[in-house]
Structure formats: structure tokens, C-alpha cells
Design a protein around this ligand. Structure first.
Ligand code: PXG
Length: 297
């Protein structure tokens, strides 16, 4: 059977899952999204992703039209309809159908789309050998123009960074803010390790506050590893002992080279490896059950 896609309360086979050309998500990037992952029959940190979605909606005055509980159930039902246990879930909410002008008042109803599909994993070698990064010349969107804390459908800034990475033969690029402070990669947050201490850019510089980033910070606390959220520069990366990036798709990937400079020893570091193992144990052992069996008592 064809993949079933949720659009506004109905399920459509992949081939027929379509939105209007008058949807403001398409015309203006006027909408928000989430990328969520399910492991072994459980959705990892579903409530945190939904909370971020609803905060993004609130920030740009989109009324999602579903309660958080209804949205939660819609995500789980989409997974069930597609018989998925390990999956990537893309939740998209747009301002909805309007006319050719910007006026959001012409969009009476937001559109909700849920796509759940099999996950395409990064190859094993990426985790074993690590990634090469560049520093993009494209600066990160200024948080006082369009806050990167909103996971909006405007990803052009990130895509320009990604193009620079690809053109340089790298998988990812780290982006600086307009003052030169490190922010994040085009779809991952970044951490560095120096003298046993972890550092990650503060949300104040304008980053997406990644769910994986906060899970890593929780793990660090449990493991007794101190983490500091601060203003960091390229120099901090040049002299780091270890570096890694975090994201729903990426999980936790070691970074071994920045613009041709080896980071630390030039191979994945011990703290990065320990955290990746702890992260994987966690994703296998917690989450919202998709196929909950009714209890008999
Ligand atoms: N920063 C940005 C700009 C992102 O888009 C992250 C950080 C990491 O956040 P989470 O909550 O996933 O830890 C993202 C993640 C994917 C994918 O396939 C991820 C994102 C966007 C598109 C695809 O992993 N955003």
C-alpha cells in the first residue's frame, strides 16, 4: 500500500497528497514545521517537539486548530496507518489557503500535514570517521529580523549555508551570526569540548533550541560533565579537543575537521563517543508508545 499522508484530518495516498498553490506556506514560507523520530515503536521526545511547534505557532500567530492532545494522536495514528516502528515524522503547519496578497487575514484556516516515512540513516562510517565542516560565509539570519528559534518554513538562510558546504565538498557548514559568534549548522546544533568541559552557543545568538541539544545537556548532567552555553567564536573551534553536531536526523555526529584544520586529534573524541552511546541507549529505552496494548486491569 502507498504511504498514507495526513492532511487536515484526512489520509491520502502519497501520490494524491497535495496542497493548494494558494497556500501561504508555498507562496510566502508562512508556516512552521517539526522533524521528529520514532525508534523501535516509540516516538522520541514527542511532547517536546509538539511544545516547540505550538510555541513557534504562537510566535507567528498561527492558530493550529487542533489541541495538543489531538495533534499528538494524529501523529501516532499516521504512524499506525503506515505500520511504522522506526520512522521520520515531518509535521508541517502552514497559514493555509489565501489569496495572492500577504494578508494573513485572507487565510481563514491553517493547514496541518503529517508525513511519516521510513528514516534514511547517515552511513555508519559518518559516525566512525566524523564530519568535515566549513564556516559558511552566509551569516545566520538576525534574531531580531526572523528569530531562528521559530522553526519556520523559511529555511533559505540555512539552504544557502548548505550550498556553500556542498560546494566545498563538505557535509555541513557552521554559520556565524553578524558579530562573528558561532550559531549552529544548517540543520544541527553544535557542541565543542575543551579540557573536559562542554560548550554550546547560547540561544541568545539566535539558534533553534534543538531537542537533541537539550537531551545531550541532560545526559551531560547525568554523566557529571559540565556544559556551558556561551558566546563562542571560530577560535574556540580551532582549539577544541572535540566537536560534534546534534539533530533529530543526525543524532550526534563527531566533527573532525574545520576548513582543513583537524579538530583535536583529527578523529572522533572519547567524550563524543560516550555521549553518542548514551544517546542511543536513551532513544531505545524511552518515548511515546505508538502501538500501546490496552491493559487488562
Ligand atoms: N538547528 C536547525 C537549524 C535545525 O533545523 C536543529 C538545529 C536540531 O534540532 P533537533 O530538535 O532536531 O535536535 C535543526 C533540526 C533532519 C532535519 O532531517 C532536521 C531539521 C530540519 C530538517 C531536517 O534531521 N532541523
Amino acid at each position: 500500500m502507498s504511504l498514507q499522508v495526513y492532511i487536515d484530518g484526512e489520509y491520502y495516498p502519497k501520490e494524491e497528497a497535495k496542497v493548494s498553490v494558494f497556500d501561504h506556506g508555498l507562496l510566502y514560507g508562512d508556516g512552521i514545521f517539526e522533524g521528529i523520530r520514532a525508534y523501535n515503536g516509540r516516538v522520541f521526545r514527542l511532547d517536546e517537539h509538539l511544545e516547540r511547534l505550538y510555541l513557534s505557532a504562537k510566535s507567528i500567530l498561527i492558530n493550529i486548530g487542533l489541541s495538543l492532545e489531538e495533534m499528538r494522536e494524529a501523529v501516532l495514528e499516521t504512524l499506525r496507518r503506515n505500520n511504522l516502528k522506526d520512522a521520520y515524522i515531518r509535521l508541517v503547519v502552514t497559514r493555509g489557503k489565501g489569496d495572492l496578497g500577504l494578508d494573513p487575514r485572507k487565510c481563514p484556516k491553517s493547514a496541518v500535514i503529517i508525513i511519516a516515512d521510513e528514516i534514511k540513516l547517515y552511513p555508519k562510517e559518518t559516525y566512525e570517521n566524523g564530519l568535515k565542516l566549513i564556516i559558511a560565509s552566509t551569516r545566520k539570519n538576525s534574531p531580531d529580523a526572523l528569530s531562528p528559534r521559530i522553526k519556520s518554513l523559511n529555511y533559505l538562510n540555512n539552504i544557502l549555508g548548505k550550498l556553500e558546504a556542498i560546494n566545498a565538498g563538505c557535509a555541513e557548514a557552521v554559520m556565524l551570526d553578524r558579530h562573528g559568534y558561532l550559531t549552529e549548522c544548517t540543520s544541527e546544533n553544535i557542541f565543542l569540548v575543551r579540557n573536559g568541559m562542554l560548550y554550546t552557543p547560547t540561544a541568545t545568538v539566535g539558534i533553534l533550541e534543538g531537542i537533541t541539544r537539550s537531551v545531550v545537556m541532560e545526559l551531560c548532567e547525568k554523566m557529571g560533565l559540565p556544559v556551558q552555553m556561551s558566546f563562542l567564536t571560530a577560535h574556540d573551534l580551532y582549539v577544541a579537543d572535540e566537536c560534534f553536531v546534534t539533530g533529530t536526523g543526525a543524532e550526534l555526529i563527531p566533527v573532525v575537521d574545520l576548513c582543513g584544520r583537524p579538530i583535536g586529534s583529527g578523529s572522533p573524541g572519547p567524550i563524543t563517543k560516550k555521549l553518542l552511546e548514551a544517546f542511543r541507549n536513551l532513544t531505545q529505552s524511552e518515548g511515546t508508545e505508538i502501538y500501546k496494548v490496552a491493559s487488562h486491569n
